[in-house]
Design a protein around this ligand. Sequence first.
Ligand code: CAO
Length: 439
Amino acid sequence: MALLIEIKVPDVGNVAGIDVVDVLVKPGDKIKLEQTLAVLETDKASMDLPSSAAGVVQQVFIKPGDNVSEGTLIATVLADAEEPVLSEIEEPAKPEQAVGVEKMPEPVVAVPVALSVAQEPAQSVVHEPALSVVEGTASAHIAHATPAVRLFARELGVAIDKITAGSGRKGRIVKDDVKHFVKKVMEAGAVQSGSGIPLMPSVDFSQFGEIEERKLSKIKRLTGQNLSRVWLNLPMVTYHDEVDITDMEAFRIALNAEKAKDEVKLTGLIFIIKALAAAMEQFPQFNASLSADGERLILKKYLNMGIAVDTPNGLVVPVLRDVNRKGINELSAELAEISNKARLGKLMPAQMQGGCITISSLGGIGGTAFTPIVNAPEVAILGVTRAKMQPVWDGLVFVPRLMLPLDLTYDHRVIDGVEGARFMAAIKQYLGDIRRLLL
Ligand code: CAO
C-alpha cells in the first residue's frame, strides 16, 4: 500500500534563515531514495536535501529564493510500497540517518544534510570533499553547486573547490563553469598542470579603458612555455661581475681598421664567444647537461654556442658550431649569417639545436645588468650588457677604462657558487688579456 510521506527540513543545527537555492523535483517526478530534492544554503554552507523515500512527488511546497527553517514542509511523496522509507511521517529523519556516511560514493564522505553548519563552517568537505578529505585539509573556500554539477566535475577529475567563482545564481557553480575551468587548465599547458601553481586570474581590462588584443607570435608562445618550464624546474643563481676590456677594444678597433669596406666588422661579442669557449674547456662542468632523472652529468666533447638573437617575431637562439675550433673572422661571418637568417625567419630547426651554452647580449642596446634564464638543458647562460668608460683606481690614480658588465646564470644543481665565481674569473682573464686565448 502506498504511503504519503511528508519531507521536511531536518535539524541542521539551530540555523534559521536557510535559503532555497534550487528545487530539483516537480510534481509527478519519480524519485529514488536519497535523491536530492532541493539545495539549501545558509551564509556558511550549501547542502543537498535528499528524499527519505522513493516514489512519486505529489506536491512541492518550496521554490528557489524561499527562506525555510527546521520543520518546513518541502514536498510530499507517494512512496512505493516495496521501497524502504527512511523517515516517518511528521518526523523527518535526522540527516545522519537519512544518508549514512558509508553510503556515499567514494571519496565523498560528506553528509549532505547532516552538516551542522554552525559548528563546522569551514569544512569544505561537506560541499566538495573529494580533494579536501583525501588530503586532510580544510579549505576556506566553499563551492556551491548542485549534485549533478559536482558529479560532472568529479567525472572530469576537477576538485570543485578549485573553482572560485560560479556564474550561476548567487555564485553557484554551473556545468559551464566546470568546462571553462578545465579549458583554462588545458590552455595553461603542461608547465602548470600538476605544478599546483594557481592560474592567473582573467581580467577584463576593457572595464578600465580602451584596449586592443594582439595574438602572440608562435615563437613568443613557444619561448614563453619553455622559459616558464625552465623557471619552474631549475634553481638558478645569477652572478654579476665586470671586466676591463680596454685593451681588447683597442685590438678590435685595430683589426676592424684593417678590414675592407665590405667585410664583416668584428663586434666585441666574437671575443666574448672565444673567451667563454676557453673557460668552458677549463671548466668542463659548464659544457654539460643533467640527465632527466637528475642522477648523472652528461659531459660534452663538442662545444657549440647558442646566441640569443632578437627578431621581429621574438627571441630565437641559433647555434654556432665548434666555436673552440674556429677563428674570430670565421665566427664573425657565421654570426652575421645566422643572425640575418634568424631575423628573416629562415633558420632551419637543426641550426637552433645542439647548443652547449648560450650568450644573451643586450650590449648593443644598453643596460648595466640583467638575469638571463638558462636555456636548459644547458647549465649556464652568459648575459652581456653595455660596456662603458669608468674611472678605475690603479693604486695611484683613477684611470679611464672600458668596463664590460657580465651576468652568469647557472643551474645550481650542477654548478656551485664557487665554481660559478671561478668560471666568471676565467672569462674575465681571457677578455682582460686576450693573448691568454693562445695558451
Ligand atoms: N657594449 C658596448 N657596445 C656594444 C656591446 C657592448 N656590450 N655589444 C655590442 N655593442 C655595439 C657593437 O659594437 C655595435 O656597435 P657599432 O654599431 O658601432 O659597430 C652595436 O653595439 C650593435 O651591435 P650588434 O648588436 O649589432 O652586434 P653584436 O655582435 O654585439 O650582437 C646579436 C649580435 C645578434 C647578438 C645582437 O644583434 C642581438 O640580436 N642582440 C639581442 C639579444 C637578445 O635579444 N637577447 C635577449 C635577452 S633575454 O630575452
